[in-house]
Ligand binder design. Structure first.
Ligand code: HEC
Ligand code: HEC
Length: 325
């Protein structure tokens, strides 16, 4: 009998370890059926590889991006007809049912001259249905005529010429469907990360005029009315006119905070950092760990997934900030 309990408790220990490994991912069942081809959604006009969206899809920009192996990104959002995003606070707005958010990753063949063409790698899609977000990605074919649903991840060797004329290359990693949920989890649910109101509260050029993006959305009927001045603002971390402190915090928000916040990936949240921009400095633990934070970025140990080479320009901003503390 005693042995039985011993074996039972051993099994329980093994079982709970297994459970811990699994808990990187959210195990939700999709509430949508993802179409097989990207072309099935009618996101783009004409030739798909020009990435010109149809009228239903609205371009949006965010103040500071996540670094993904130097890929360029196009972000689009589609709301069902006659629906709006509504404000809760500075964070994610409430998105209507059946909102679709689309993010495409591509490289210019030559950054000195974008007209020479693009190499489009993948298009990631988030769809809200029955109150739940669903995530999937589409990998573009070599002919760049369409992209196909890919739930199992993929590696793509990519080469491009950078702004200084140097040839750069990387093995780009398309995440698996499960891996989407590592970064896109808040309190064990899939959530969008970028389109927080404070992140979209930037000036953009629309119809040849400079407008506040939130005001522009309101004029298009996509966002409920309020004065954009009541919403906080995240700076562009490359904007040298902004204080170094704000730029350093913006870098950590966009590249680290989706895992390192109290409701993020448990294995990261448990460490106790809170890298969100709005968190008071004394609660972030940045000061306590500044040399370690610097080192994990420099060694490309962090961000934990999603990038395999050093973000040289971004690192120089965040490193200057960390050294100034
Ligand atoms: C390494 C972390 C990470 C992984 C893995 C990841 N994402 Fe994201 N994703 C982000 C961050 C951070 C943003 C916001 C910043 C940006 O757009 O540059 C984002 C933005 C997006 C957006 C635009 C809307 C939004 O939430 O900002 C979509 C759509 C998206 N991701 C879908 C996916 C899908 C689908 C997968 C899996 C195939 C995936 N992501 C995997 C971190 C990740
Ligand atoms: C995709 C989720 C994710 C992202 C994004 C991420 N981290 Fe982490 N981080 C983790 C996990 C999980 C651990 C704990 C496991 C480990 O250390 O391997 C961790 C551990 C750490 C540690 C402790 C390392 C140690 O040796 O104790 C530091 C410091 C850290 N992260 C900093 C960062 C910084 C800075 C960024 C942004 C540049 C970042 N992380 C982005 C998931 C993430």
């Amino acid at each position: 009998m005693r042995n039985f309990f011993l074996i039972l408790s051993l099994l329980l220990v093994i079982f709970s370890c297994k459970k811990d490994e699994d808990s990187f991912y959210i195990d939700s069942t999709d509430t949508v059926v993802f179409k097989n081809n990207l072309s099935d959604y009618g996101i783009y006009t004409d030739q798909m590889n020009l990435l010109i969206p149809t009228e239903e899809y609205q371009l949006y920009e965010i103040a500071s991006p996540l670094f993904t192996n130097y890929a360029k990104k196009q972000r689009l959002i589609k709301l069902p007809p006659n629906t709006k995003m509504t404000k809760i606070d500075d964070d994610n707005p409430e998105f209507p049912e059946e909102t679709i958010i689309v993010k495409t990753f591509y490289y210019y063949l030559d950054n000195r001259n974008p007209d020479l063409g693009t190499n489009i790698i993948e298009t990631r899609v988030l769809i809200k249905k029955e109150g739940q977000w669903n995530a999937a990605t589409y990998v573009w074919n070599d002919a760049q005529t369409d992209a196909v649903l890919e739930n199992n991840g993929a590696n793509k060797y990519v080469e491009w010429v950078d702004a200084n004329g140097n040839i750069k290359s990387v093995t780009y990693e398309v995440p698996t469907k499960q891996e989407c949920t590592i970064c896109h989890q808040i309190a064990n649910e899939i959530e969008p990360i970028g389109p927080k109101l404070r992140n979209m509260n930037v000036d953009v050029i629309r119809d040849n005029e400079i407008v506040n993006q939130l005001t522009y959305f309101q004029s298009m009927g996509l966002l409920e009315n309020f004065d954009h001045n009541i919403i906080g603002k995240i700076p562009d971390y490359f904007d040298t006119t902004m204080p170094l402190e704000d730029r350093g915090r913006a870098y950590l928000e966009m590249n680290c905070a989706h895992c390192h916040n109290p409701s993020g990936l448990p294995k990261a949240a448990n460490i106790g950092f809170d890298f969100r921009y709005a968190t008071p400095f004394s609660q972030t633990r940045i000061l306590e760990y500044n040399t370690k934070i610097d080192r994990v970025i420099k060694d490309v140990y962090m961000p934990w997934i999603g990038t395999t080479i050093l973000d040289e320009e971004g690192y120089s901003v965040v490193s200057e900030y960390l050294n100034s503390l």
